[in-house]
Design a protein around this ligand. Structure first.
Ligand code: AHR
Length: 513
């Protein structure tokens, strides 16, 4: 990938040969909403995400409410998680939901074959997940088992959660203590069915998905939003086949995309904390590939669905590093540095940019797995640098995207270049303008001139910054935080133009009125 070519950021952008950073924000031209669901999360029965992460059980010494850790729930409420995808991931296609309901002592156990071969005792099931969503005030996204389940099983799970009729599944739910239906809207029709979810061809999956979808029924007022399994990375054939043969807009309302940022390769991904500038640069350039992926997949979707009825759902994304030394390789436990924060910011800016089509995204995964928001050790928790990006970017939830033109300097390492600046701008319903900007260059601060077209007498209300001493600074147990949100004031404003000094390796949010 060579970013010396023109690189489109937001609406139109040109890399500058005159080396300056200039942004024009069209404050009066916004049309598209940035769905808050772009800021969604993903939690799988994997390693210590569910067990030890959220769930400790009612009898634990760790403070909990109905078995769910209070410290974790409180921290996640700080970032307003709009939705939570569960139970997988690969686990979803070997999960049988009926094993996870009823009295816990009589729930059958299974082996979690994908993730460490550990015994899953099913103590965290449907009711526990719905309790978690309630405590987090978040919308559930449930991924059904299309790979090793049956049409009947998925159909009954929908009925169990959503039906208020007199029916076997409604009665069973009521017998298990829940009177009212939960009316779950978002349903995944399998996960990675090209791989761990059944190694299917796109043609075969398209057929199966239509069949499963037919029997996933609407109950009452609730209209299901069914998410078909989409491609891995640049598998454009998968997207094309699903859009052509999958009955888009009727059998599915959303289609997923999975893309993980891996610094080196799958056999040797690279350390989460022990890396130099060339690995940092490689990670940033690989994560920027998301721009090309979104553009190309959206072009295919446009061809078959010009009316934009089907949303692109990036329901797994983020950094995938080597596990922390000495930890179970099947548990995918990794630390999280300022580099991860930069990756989060850049991807969120891209999802904002394509928000006409990108209707949801879910970072993998919320706690103790991959690019997590929170790490736990016994009764301690750590908020990661990525957590603080999600906290800072709350300003974009359900705001209107403001089209912008960005001219950016280049950040160059070993004769390869990427844009130095990433940015997004949005307008809230209250009329506030929020601009998020990242300076990817770890060795150089950047001056940014930002023109606010279409508004008068803008005032600076507030600024925030995330940065740290080193690109691999991180937060750890028993230590003072090295990466957090601080106040930012290094801006001047005159004649509706703002002059911003962005420190090296920083993420900044500016609020204007
Ligand atoms: O997030 C970890 C795994 O990555 C998920 O289970 C799977 O869907 C993907 O391959």
């Amino acid at each position: 990938m060579n970013y010396k070519k023109l690189f489109p950021l937001l609406l139109l952008a040109a890399l500058s040969s005159t080396a300056q950073n200039r942004i024009v924000i069209n404050t009066d031209l916004g049309e598209e909403k940035i769905s808050r669901h772009i800021y969604g999360h993903f939690s799988e029965h994997l390693g210590r995400c569910i067990y030890g992460g959220y769930w400790v059980g009612e009898d634990s010494d760790i403070q909990n409410t109905n078995g769910i850790r209070n410290d974790v729930a409180e921290a996640l409420r700080e970032i307003d998680i709009p939705n939570l995808r569960w139970p997988g991931g690969c686990f979803a296609d070997e999960y049988h939901w009926m094993d996870g309901i009823g009295p816990r002592e009589s729930r059958p156990a299974m082996i979690n074959t994908h993730w460490g071969g550990v015994t899953e005792d099913n103590s965290f099931g449907t009711h526990e997940f719905m309790e978690l969503c309630h405590q987090l005030n978040t919308e559930p996204v449930i991924c059904g088992n299309l790979g090793s389940g049956t049409v009947r099983e998925m159909s009954q799970w929908v009925e169990y959660l959503n039906s208020d009729n007199v029916s076997p599944m409604t009665n069973l739910r009521k017998a298990n203590g829940r009177e009212e239906p939960w009316s779950v809207k978002y349903w995944g029709l399998g996960n990675e069915n090209w791989g761990c979810g059944g190694t299917m061809t796109p043609e075969y999956y398209a057929n199966e998905m239509r069949r499963y979808s037919t029997f996933a029924k609407n109950y009452g007022e609730n209209r299901l939003y069914r998410i078909a399994c989409g491609p891995s990375g640049a598998d454009y054939k998968w997207m094309e086949t699903l859009m052509k043969e999958g009955n888009p807009g009727r059998s599915f309302q959303g289609i997923s995309l999975h893309y993980y940022t891996v610094c080196h390769n799958w056999g040797n991904k690279g350390s989460a904390t022990d890396f130099g500038e060339s690995d940092y640069f490689l990670t940033m350039s690989k994560t920027l590939f998301m721009d090309e992926l979104l553009k190309n997949h959206i072009n295919i979707m446009e061809k078959y669905d010009p009316a934009n009825r089907v949303g692109l759902i990036v329901d797994e994304w983020g950094n995938w590093h080597d596990v922390e030394p000495g930890t179970n390789p099947g548990f995918l436990y990794q630390q999280n540095t300022l580099r991860d924060a930069m990756v989060a910011a850049v991807n969120l800016d891209l999802f904002n940019k394509y928000c006409r089509r990108v209707k949801m995204a879910n970072i993998a995964q919320t706690i103790n797995v991959l690019q997590a928001m929170i790490l736990t050790k016994d009764d301690e928790i750590v908020k990661t640098p990525s957590f603080y990006v999600f906290k800072m970017y709350k300003v974009h939830h359900d705001a209107t995207l403001l089209p912008a033109v960005i001219e950016t300097e280049l950040y160059t390492v070993n004769e390869e270049s990427i844009p130095a600046i990433s940015a997004s701008a949005s307008k809230s319903d209250e009329g506030d303008i929020h601009i998020t900007l990242s300076n990817l260059d770890p060795g150089k601060s950047q001056k940014v001139i930002c023109e606010l077209r279409g508004m008068e007498n803008a005032t600076f209300e507030k600024g925030e910054i995330i940065t740290a001493e080193k690109i691999n600074s991180y937060n750890d147990f028993g230590k003072i935080e090295e990466v957090f949100i601080d106040t930012f004031n290094d801006i001047e404003i005159a004649d509706n133009t703002i002059y911003i000094n962005l420190p090296s390796k920083s993420i900044v949010m500016i609020q204007l009125r």
